[in-house]
Design a protein around this ligand. Sequence first.
Ligand SMILES: *[C@@H]1O[C@H](CO)[C@@H](O)[C@H](O)[C@H]1NC(C)=O
Ligand SMILES: *[C@@H]1O[C@H](CO)[C@@H](O)[C@H](O)[C@H]1NC(C)=O
Ligand SMILES: *[C@@H]1O[C@H](CO)[C@@H](O)[C@H](O)[C@H]1NC(C)=O
Length: 408
Amino acid sequence: MRISLLPVASVAIALASAPAVHAWGAAGHEIIATIAQIHLPKPVLTLVCDILRPSLNLSEPAPVSTVDAYPPCSLAPIAAWADRIRMQPQYRYTAPLHYINAVDDAPPDGCAFPGTHGWQGRPTGNVLAALGNVTSVLREFANGQRSVGDAEEALKFLVHWMGDMHQPLHMSGREKGGNGAKVTWNGRMTNLHSVWDGLLIAQSIRQTPLNYSRPLSGTAGAIVEPHLRGAIYDPYIRRIMHEGLSVGGRFDEESRSWLDCPTPPSEAKAARTSEFKSRAQALLSMDFYGALGLTTPGGTEVGWDDAVLCPFAWAKPIHKLNCELPVWPHDLDPAGSHPSEPELEAADVDAAGTPRHPELFELDTPKYAGKIAKEWVVERLLAMAGVRLAGVLTDVFQDVDVDGFVVV
Ligand SMILES: *[C@@H]1O[C@H](CO)[C@@H](O)[C@H](O)[C@H]1NC(C)=O
Ligand SMILES: *[C@@H]1O[C@H](CO)[C@@H](O)[C@H](O)[C@H]1NC(C)=O
Ligand SMILES: *[C@@H]1O[C@H](CO)[C@@H](O)[C@H](O)[C@H]1NC(C)=O
């Protein structure tokens, strides 16, 4: 009986570490929401907090817009909501709205976005279209044409999907965005998608220099510190802000163009676009593109991009990282050649009882994780998503008269 203590102990460790993996998945979204919040003008953040009151369990009788405390709320607690509800029956339709897959995409050697065979699924059933959809709901709310309940749901989706759009593997359908690509991370079996959703971020948080455990001082401190809530990733946000987004920081120059969108299509093109859109809408009930063997045109033509929100233009270079960095390592086994589960179970076990998987590709190496950390790849994507989220929210809400906003 005593012998059974060992497996029991390792089960306990496995259980203890399992939820942590999901928690880190949420961390990326929470970091992005916090960086966005740091960039929001005060009246815009106040309005956003008022809209989110029910989701945030804020119970004050008065709307937060009448309360002086700053910031009136944090966006982090709702940032991963869209992942938590995606399996509920009424939200099952949102499951495909977290990613986009081009039929021809085959990283790392062939990155197609979309390539000649277009996108998988309907042109409205992906993250780029969904970002436009929820932003329109917020614009309508700002014009008094939508209820606060509609705006609340749309806001929670916008905060989340802007993050998903900046995760390169959410832009690729190969092996379900890397979910099916088994790899090891520090000897433990995981998959490529999880490395990007959580493990790289977790490592960056652990490796944040100790000087960021203290509050930032001066102007940077005054701007950043009020938005931090004692989370494990606070030092990491301080570092991204101080070394990345501050004046003279790594991203100072390039971040000035992160909100840019390509010139809107000309009148003639706009007319063609709307003609195409009405044709497409009439046929949306069937798998138009797939069934007829037609290709889906590029983003602006299906109406995803406008002058303020241009998810297609923003996503293109992020998708390209799958081949350029590459996010998909060249040495990873080609699809289908992974060992079967029984083979994996029979794999070596080290002294601590942790199975070794010498047949799988290890990613916690200087060549892979080390290079990504050195080049600030993940930090750049998190910063970019936060800045863009703030830009879109500011555009939507900056002209709304907060005094005229009635909390229902
Ligand atoms: C609000 O309260 C509900 C019910 O107690 C809980 O499930 C939810 O997680 C809370 N939300 C936040 C953001 O704390
Ligand atoms: C667009 O957003 C609204 C509100 O969130 C939702 O009811 C609707 O189903 C969405 N449509 C699509 C195609 O995602
Ligand atoms: C923290 O230390 C790093 C060197 O490890 C330095 O580059 C950075 O400027 C320091 N940050 C602050 C806020 O002092």
